[in-house]
Design a protein around this ligand. Structure first.
Ligand code: ZN
Length: 180
């Protein structure tokens, strides 16, 4: 696979020194995504703040992750966190949309460096269909986790446990004391 050497350097740098890596608390949602064709895996957490500073919309407060796999997948998740952490939901989604378009471009799209920053280094990957899933793994995990975090924030999570469901008798502190 031939990539521009500068781009290759950026990818290797993120691979060797990943940004924002490690699972952190607190978080609103956690997802686990795998790319079976290559064996890449990522567990990713997102913390969303209602709004902050000049933003009057949700802000991606933190993205933390644990991951394993090829250099493309590992570098891509690191680059992605730089583009979403501390950004408003709109900004982060714009970067996601740009990256998705770049990956689907078959090498025909000139990447917008103002939006994508280091992620422009993955432009060449779009010519290698087998590697596109590697590059997208972390981004898909972020999108999935963010959608879940926002849903949880609304209180509209459809299948959470409800307080008044009929349930079997659960031992209480009193029961435990009686039998002790
Ligand atoms: Zn891979």
């Amino acid at each position: 696979m031939k990539l521009d050497s500068l781009y290759q350097e950026i990818i290797l740098d993120h691979y060797r020194n990943p940004h924002h890596k490690g699972l952190r608390e607190p978080f609103d949602a956690e997802v686990h995504h795998v790319n079976p064709t290559c064996g890449d895996e990522v567990t990713l957490r997102v913390k969303v703040a209602d709004s902050a500073g000049e933003h009057d919309q949700p802000v991606i407060e933190d993205v933390s992750y644990d991951s394993m796999g090829c250099s493309i997948s590992q570098a891509s998740v690191s680059v992605m966190t730089d583009l979403v952490v501390g950004r408003s939901l709109d900004e982060a989604t714009r970067a996601y949309d740009e990256f998705l378009a770049l990956m689907q471009s078959k090498g025909q799209l000139e990447p917008d460096e103002d939006v994508l920053e280091d992620a422009v280094a993955f432009a060449g990957v779009s010519q290698y269909p087998a590697r596109i899933k590697c590059a997208l793994l972390g981004w898909m995990a972020w999108k999935d986790a963010t959608v879940r975090a926002l849903a949880a924030d609304d209180g509209s999570a459809p299948d959470g446990p409800t307080a008044d469901q009929p349930s079997a008798h659960r031992p209480t502190a009193d029961d435990i004391e009686e039998t002790a």
